[in-house]
Design a protein around this ligand. Sequence first.
Ligand SMILES: NC(=O)c1ccc[n+]([C@@H]2O[C@H](COP(=O)([O-])OP(=O)(O)OC[C@H]3O[C@@H](n4cnc5c(N)ncnc54)[C@H](OP(=O)(O)O)[C@@H]3O)[C@@H](O)[C@H]2O)c1
Length: 385
Amino acid sequence: MSCKNIVILGSTGSIGINTLKVVERYPDKFKVVGLTAYNNFKLLEKQAKIFQPTHIGVSDKGIEYLKKNINTRKTKILSVKEDLESIVTLKNVDVVVIAMRGAGALGPFLAAVRSGKIVAPANKEALVMAGDIIMEEARAYGATIIPIDSEQSAIFQCLNGQKRSELKKVFLTASGGALLNVPKSRFNRLTVKQILSHPRWKMGKKITVDSATMMNKGFEVIEAQKLFNLKTNEIDVLIHPEAIIHSMVEYIDGSIIAQLGITDMRLPIQYALTYPNRLDSGLKSMNFVELKQLTFQKPDFKKFPSLELAFYALKKGGSLPCVLNAADEVAVEAFLEGDLQFNSIYEAVTKVVTQHKIVNSPGIKQIFDADIWAREETRKVMSQL
Ligand SMILES: NC(=O)c1ccc[n+]([C@@H]2O[C@H](COP(=O)([O-])OP(=O)(O)OC[C@H]3O[C@@H](n4cnc5c(N)ncnc54)[C@H](OP(=O)(O)O)[C@@H]3O)[C@@H](O)[C@H]2O)c1
């Protein structure tokens, strides 16, 4: 495998830090040329000193600090608000890892795709908002998309070398999040800290709250449909609390191919960076005897209505998944700030989703318009709850 030049958008987050751990293990195979953060400029400074990228991006409040503390002859300091697209399209970039959270990833995702890069998205928001456009542009510009999200990576691996026409069903597994065994009557009494204690994965706050509501799984259903061009009825969600099977694909002959592994995001990250090759990850092997059993349950749509709402948004299509994403981002942020009760996240999001006048086959401008509309509408709805 020849050396790949990598840009990581969101290098200071959970996925970004894990990506740098993978990169660090193989200095002759990966070279970091760009890193971006948002507010955590002190961590970005440390990362920049270790990995010596030619470009870094940060929010305005970090720019002055970094200009004083980084060798600007070696590393250009850019604005995370304005320059992400120019960082991902640098000529020498081979792989763009999208490890930043939120809708802001859509612009740089599209720019990377349009310059024919290998794009490795952990970010699911962009695909939920505009998956059809992204996939169409990837085909038109010859870009390769290798997902990092563990379920999508699993499906990608299970589809490898198989015929799409022979696929019967995709089983998207879900650990069930922090509330799987908590009665719904207690949800509003739990603290933010309790909601943030995911039993299997250590992730950023937004996605951990989405795992508790199961909106995260709903987003993954939409993401999988877009990435792999599935029909909605080809996707099934299975609760699998051990989180060992990261997803499975059933074929028409009844054979099922599953991807299994320990719950460590370095596995799908490394796969995306080394594809189509594999390298020793240094991670521990799974001990099946200690594991003893793998269990499965049907998802409880009554207890976790966000999952059903996501299926609804996917079926209706057009601009609705984008609205779902924006409303959820605003509502979860309010919950994390202590301004919204846990159950009101769904209440607010569902109101905005049902009020939206769907634009069919939206272009990118209509996607951004729907995103702005949904954010304003969610704030209005939340103020009336
Ligand atoms: N964590 C996981 O295991 C996991 C698994 C599957 C998928 N994902 C997806 O991967 C993405 C990242 O998740 P995470 O858990 O790593 O999140 P996280 O820990 O919250 O990190 C988010 C990263 O994005 C940066 N960021 C935040 N707002 C930004 C903005 N407006 N513009 C540019 N950068 C911004 C943050 O910068 P600062 O920290 O400097 O402020 C940080 O580097 C999400 O879309 C999530 O759904 C995560």
